[in-house]
Design a binder for this molecule. Structure first.
Ligand SMILES: NC(=O)c1ccc[n+]([C@@H]2O[C@H](COP(=O)([O-])OP(=O)(O)OC[C@H]3O[C@@H](n4cnc5c(N)ncnc54)[C@H](O)[C@@H]3O)[C@@H](O)[C@H]2O)c1
Length: 275
């Protein structure tokens, strides 16, 4: 018998958008898209846990959000690839925030190498973080969401729909898997009252991908290879590249009761690049 997701048609827009009383954990929330998502969630009133492999950065992100929005926040040093780390982190978040209503699988890595030269360790790491990490986090979160259910938001990528650039075989494969997992978990978790929604951004400058692009340019320069600058604007239909906050607002919609009708879908947040 499916969980009866309530009909919310008589509630106000402001109430539907509010995340007050809905504790949220954002993996990889110390910087980049994860921090932008945590920030909008906190503004919407959610108590927020920043879970990141970088515990120091997670702590300062959590402190910053508490100061800015006056919500309860906590930080957790968590490696999403390790079951025991995820379980301990979720329990710590529930202890600190009182419950768990929203889980965002955002932690991700994106090393780039042509498929004919990609070391197997790099392939495995991408799948460990992006795919295995999403599976472990979702499984452990869904069963702790309580009688009112909750929402899992998976940060996919347009790389879950297409292969947007060379050198991304592992990343593209891992994100296609997360897109598939979003559908499979929506089915499995519906009886628990848990919606599962994906958000698929196109390229957005963040600390992580700026550093990666820099490292690639330096490696190429050291090898005497001339690499043309990446044309990230070539397919945007909105006249600019997306920002972390563009993605955070879509994640907020997905997590809020505005999106009660949605589960198992992946929302393209891509400036029209994937049409
Ligand atoms: N930025 C983009 O252009 C873009 C586009 C599409 C999808 N995405 C996806 O969005 C997510 C965030 O990307 P970003 O650009 O903000 O990256 P980022 O590198 O700036 O931030 C990623 C965060 O995840 C953390 N992290 C890494 N491995 C972890 C682990 N094992 N356990 C816990 N935390 C870990 C890092 O410490 C970091 O704080 C990723 O899943 C990425 O694939 C990004």
């Amino acid at each position: 018998m499916p969980f009866p997701f309530p009909d919310v048609s008589d509630r106000t827009l402001a109430d539907l958008l509010s995340l007050r009383g809905r504790p949220a954990v954002i993996t990889g929330g110390a910087q980049g898209l994860g921090f932008a998502i945590a920030r909008r969630f906190a503004e919407a009133g959610a108590p927020v846990a920043i879970a990141d492999i970088n515990g120091t950065a997670a702590a300062s992100a959590a402190t910053r959000l508490a100061g800015e929005f006056g919500v309860a926040t906590t930080s957790i040093e968590m490696d999403v690839t390790r079951e025991e780390s995820v379980v301990a982190g979720i329990e710590a978040a529930i202890e600190a925030l009182g419950a768990l209503s929203i889980w965002v699988n955002n932690a991700g890595v994106f090393p780039s190498a042509p498929a004919d030269r990609m070391p197997i360790d790099a392939w495995d790491r991408v799948f460990e973080v992006n795919t295995r990490g999403t599976f472990i986090g979702s499984r452990e979160a869904a069963k702790r969401m309580g009688p009112d259910g909750g929402v899992i938001v998976n940060i996919v990528s347009t790389a879950g729909f297409q292969s947007p650039a060379p050198g991304l075989a592992a990343y593209v494969s891992s994100k296609h898997a997360v897109r598939g997992m979003t559908k499979a978990m929506a089915l499995d978790f519906a009886p628990l009252g848990v919606r599962v929604i994906g958000v698929a951004p196109s390229y957005v400058p963040t600390e992580g991908n700026i550093a990666m692009a820099q490292a690639m340019m330096e490696q190429a320069a050291a090898a005497g290879i001339e690499v043309p600058p990446m044309d990230v604007m070539s397919q945007s239909l909105i006249g600019r590249v997306g920002t972390p906050d563009d993605i955070a607002r879509v994640a907020l919609f997905a997590a809020s009761d505005l999106a009660t009708i949605m589960t198992g879908s992946v929302l393209l947040a891509d400036a029209g690049e994937t049409i």
